[in-house]
Design a protein around this ligand. Structure first.
Ligand code: G4P
Length: 532
């Protein structure tokens, strides 16, 4: 296929495809906005506050649609910076947290772990980190909100290491004086970066002045005591901390850490530069018959997310495809490995800043949105001949469970069809509880919004108005072993046994205690956090 000069130029631009993982309120929206600002994709960082207020001023239903709208337009943000093509995959964080958040991580090559300088590792961060660890993904850490006093940074480093079992290498180190957070030291370059204050609260880029750590004039800026403290801390890090180890970074066992403030832009640019230089480009992907290398000639990709249109007048959906190898061109015909059927990928879309645009081509590391009328499923593999099957996207144990109650029992068949299709699409997980009257469907989700969407879509698309009866379980594990051994751990109110669509047993637990107790009691049973 002849290449356009423009296409070749785009192909030659190195890709960085990553996601930000954080707990709500750590500053993901703010940091994303600042990355777009530095990437030149937006010119003035808007106020998060204004958007928040707008979000609250809409009705419940609108809120749902709008939240999904936000996820659609911001599923992947593309921009160029410093010679790199950046694909920032959005991982919904607030009420719209769902299995999509986990699946999106599977499409990334690295992750940025964003921490609040007072709170360190929080629950949501830990859950997302676990998914990254499962894939041995390189993780870069940005400690945010350093413009306000936080915990001792040395204590933060050791807390994160102990909490996540992850080595930390601080690349930059915060400098505080009587007037607050004034800059960071770049340890490997032995430089101090001093940030100028902007009058517009971080809406525009921040000016940076550089000085050597050993520059005698540094005392005039930081004070003699300030300089002595900084040099002591840097010495301590050099002698007691981890050494820089590129291989460990790429293996996901050592995380480079940066300090800054997304709000005031302090430390954002040094972070972005180092991150882009050290984060991996498109990685090889496990597949059958063999691993797919990003420089493979033939186009391959997989679907990691499907976004249904909530407007019943427009039933089309967008399937998000991560390109893994080869050159994608609009309108190309590919084979869907699951069915062996061919499929024309027309009108592919990409997402530039917050706009959707049609694209002609894409390269490994890129994400394209394909209009789909129900053919594609999450985890589907696409390739020219259909002979490449990527290892599936794991199904993660849900944290919310509810019994599905259909108002009209005569609609039960429609309910089963709806649940099956929505489960295949990845909107929700469906399990069954055995009962005298036949299997009772139980749905599971990692975010409550998934249930709202489920009820709406069962009604709108399958004509089955339903209610959900929440169950008191919070943890689940797939379990492997003999039936008798499994039944022996299912007793009392705090556990329940269900089956998934493939007949695997899954146990639900009310709390950590019930899970731990079962683990201790179970002999020869295997408990799994992702579906076998
Ligand atoms: P999220 O997407 O991770 O949930 O976080 P978001 O960016 O919405 O930020 C959450 C809150 O933290 C916001 O404050 C935001 O302004 C603040 N924030 C983000 N980065 C920084 C930072 O570097 N320093 C400080 N001091 N604050 C930061 P809010 O009060 O909820 O909203 P607003 O009234 O400030 O807009």
């Amino acid at each position: 296929m002849p290449e356009s000069t423009d296409g070749l130029a785009r192909a030659a631009v190195p890709r960085r495809t990553f996601a930000i993982i954080s707990h709500p309120d750590a500053g993901k929206t703010t940091l994303t906005e600042k990355l777009l600002l530095y990437g030149g994709a937006i010119h003035l960082a808007g106020s998060v506050k204004a958007r928040r207020a707008a979000r609250h001023a809409i009705s419940d239903w609108m809120a749902l649609e709008r939240q999904r709208g936000i996820s659609v337009t911001s599923s992947v943000l593309q921009f160029q910076y410093s010679g790199y093509q950046i694909n920032l995959l959005d991982t919904p964080g607030h009420a719209d947290f769902s299995e999509d958040t986990y699946r999106t991580l599977i499409a990334a090559d690295s992750a940025v772990m964003l921490l609040d300088n007072r709170r360190g590792v929080e629950e949501r961060t830990r859950q997302l980190f676990d998914v990254c660890r499962l894939r041995r993904m390189p993780i870069f850490t940005f400690v945010n909100k350093c413009d306000r006093p936080g915990g001792n940074p040395l204590a933060l480093v050791s807390d994160v290491e102990a909490d996540l079992g992850l080595g930390i290498y601080p690349v930059t180190w915060p400098i505080n004086t009587g007037s607050g957070f004034v800059g960071v030291a770049d340890r490997r370059r032995r430089e101090v970066l001093l940030f100028g204050r902007t009058a517009d609260h971080g809406a525009t880029l921040v000016e940076t002045r550089r000085m050597a750590v050993d520059d005698a004039a540094l005392g005039l800026v930081l004070g003699e005591q300030g300089v002595a403290t900084l040099r002591d801390e840097l010495d301590l890090l050099d002698h007691a901390g981890h050494a820089w180890d590129e291989a460990a970074v790429l293996a996901g066992t050592l995380s480079p850490m940066f300090f800054g403030s997304a709000l005031s832009n302090f430390g954002v640019e040094p972070f972005l530069h180092d991150f882009l230089d050290h984060a991996p480009g498109p990685l090889p992907r496990p597949a059958v018959p063999c691993e797919v290398l990003p420089d493979g000639a033939e186009f391959t990709g997989f679907v990691f997310k499907i976004q249904a249109n909530m407007d019943p007048k427009h039933r089309d959906r967008i399937a998000f495809v991560r390109v893994c190898s080869g050159h994608f061109t609009a309108g190309m015909t590919v084979t869907l490995a699951r069915t062996g059927k061919t499929l024309r990928l027309a009108q592919p879309q990409q997402f530039l800043a917050r706009e959707r645009i049609e694209v002609d081509e894409a390269w490994p590391g890129d994400v394209i949105g394909i209009h789909d009328r129900g053919t594609l499923r999450v985890s589907d593999s696409l390739s020219i001949r259909g002979d490449v099957v990527f290892s599936g996207i794991p199904r993660f144990a849900p944290q919310y469970f509810a019994r599905v109650m259909v108002s009209d029992p005569l609609r039960r068949k429609h309910l089963d069809t709806g649940l099956r299709q929505l489960a295949e699409e990845g909107a929700v997980q469906v399990f069954y509880q055995e009962s005298m009257a036949g299997p009772v469907p139980i749905v599971g989700a990692v975010g409550l919004l998934q249930f709202d969407v489920l009820l709406f879509r069962l009604d709108a698309e399958y004509g089955v108005p339903c209610k959900l009866e929440p169950l008191p379980f919070k943890l689940a594990r797939w379990v492997r072993g003999s039936d008798t051994a499994i039944d022996a751990v299912v007793e009392g109110r705090s556990r329940m046994r269900l089956y998934d669509a493939r007949g695997n047993s899954i146990l639900l637990f009310e709390d950590e205690w019930a899970l731990r107790h079962s683990l201790e009691k179970s002999q020869g049973l295997e408990f799994l956090e992702v579906a076998p």
